[in-house]
Write a protein that binds this ligand. Structure first.
Ligand code: NAI
Ligand code: OAA
Length: 342
């Protein structure tokens, strides 16, 4: 029996994500919440003849019983609630409005299902995850092992884009790649680690081709925003990525499997690999002290079991340079979230 709650379920990401969750036989209850249109989406989904029970909840009164009902007994809460970008905007431009929404949501989660896994999709992820953490800390419910910024789309894109460029047929399947991405989820904070992947990736020659590939991964969100021309940002690929990450959390929490996924987390000293990660980030970046960072982590039923810090000992000089740039930007993004949260 697993209950999943989607907050922002009527949106561009929320709808296809909810559809995929309705098809998952391991999810017994799916609760949909939004401030608009959720009755229609919920009614529609509830007609699908899979066993997952669907409930839907609209923002209600001042105490928002709709939100509370959607969260009651939830094991996993996934959050694509908030506003997306339009052309000409950065993710940071979304901060003020999305931080307010996120703080309210975090507070309701603390009060209603404090032990749930919390998967944050809302942008800017680099700053919004600290807003969640600070709200949980104030309420005394912060569990750093169970709060995740969803950065899976960066890995998904890294896999797709390298496959498109492969010259040998055998290397042209995106599913044959598993590229780890570290840092954050915005422009230069996104650092795909092509040099240390298993299975091994043959780096493109000349090196400028590799630079172009990395740039495409870092700015892939902008490509979608531009192509949608005012119609929002990535929704379908994000719904897929959100589902992929949620599935990993679900599988690792309901079985003994240890699954590794990259995700943006608080580097709490109690988590094996956190101190090592902070020390490596500090030495590579030339002194940055970052408490939040996207890293490959081992997932378990209790959340993050270990951070795979060793990956940072194997990266090449180019990736070290990318990491230095990432850390400078990330420090500011984290501060923005902390200032709001505190
Ligand atoms: N982490 C990532 O890799 C990605 C993150 N995103 C972010 O995901 C967020 C959602 O994007 P879309 O689904 O395209 O936007 P959307 O506007 O289509 O949907 C957002 C939904 O959130 C709802 N909402 C607004 N305030 C709410 C509240 N207080 N409580 C519950 N629901 C609320 C809206 O009514 C709407 O249905 C954006 O911030 C976007 O930037 C988008 C793509 C990738
Ligand atoms: O670019 C955006 O605003 C949405 C997003 O995070 C992405 O597509 O990576």
């Amino acid at each position: 029996m697993v209950k999943v709650t989607v907050l922002g379920a009527a949106g561009g990401i929320g709808q296809p994500l909810s559809l995929m969750l309705k098809l998952n036989p391991y999810i017994s209850d799916l609760a949909l919440y939004d401030v608009v249109n959720v009755y229609g989406i919920g009614t529609d989904l509830s007609h699908i003849d899979t066993d997952t029970r669907v409930t839907y909840h609209l923002k209600s009164d001042a105490g928002d019983t709709g939100l509370v009902e959607s969260l009651k007994g939830s094991d996993i809460v996934v959050i694509p609630a908030g506003v997306p970008r339009k052309p000409g905007m950065t993710r940071d431009d979304l901060f003020q409005i999305n931080a307010g929404i996120s703080a309210d949501i975090a507070s309701a989660i603390s009060d209603t299902c404090p032990d749930a896994f919390v998967l944050v999709i809302t942008n800017p992820v680099n700053s919004i995850v600290p807003v969640f953490a600070e709200t949980f800390k104030k309420k005394g419910t912060f569990n750093p092992r169970k709060l995740f910024g969803v950065t899976t789309l960066d890995s998904v894109r890294s896999n797709s884009f390298i496959a498109e460029l492969a010259s040998h047929e055998a290397d042209q399947a995106p599913t044959s790649y598993n590229i780890r991405v570290v840092g954050g989820h915005a422009g230069e904070t996104i650092v795909p680690l092509y040099s240390v992947c298993a299975p091994h990736v043959y780096l493109l020659e000349p090196p400028e081709k590799m630079d172009e590939l990395v740039h495409k991964v870092q700015y892939a969100g902008d490509l979608v925003v531009k192509a949608k021309n005012g119609g929002g940002s990535a929704t379908l690929s994000m719904a897929y990525a959100g589902y992929k990450f949620l599935h990993a959390v679900l599988a690792s929490s309901t079985t003994e499997q240890s699954i590794i996924e990259s995700t943006y987390i608080y580097l709490d000293d109690s988590i094996p690999g956190a101190k090592e990660t902070k020390a490596l980030v500090k030495s590579i970046s030339g002194g940055a002290s970052l408490d939040y960072f996207a890293m490959p982590v081992v997932l378990s039923k209790d959340g993050v079991k270990e951070i795979k810090s060793d990956i940072l000992t194997r990266i090449n000089d180019k990736e070290k340079e990318l990491l230095r740039i990432s850390c400078r930007k990330l420090a500011g993004n984290i501060k923005t979230g902390l200032n709001f949260g505190q």
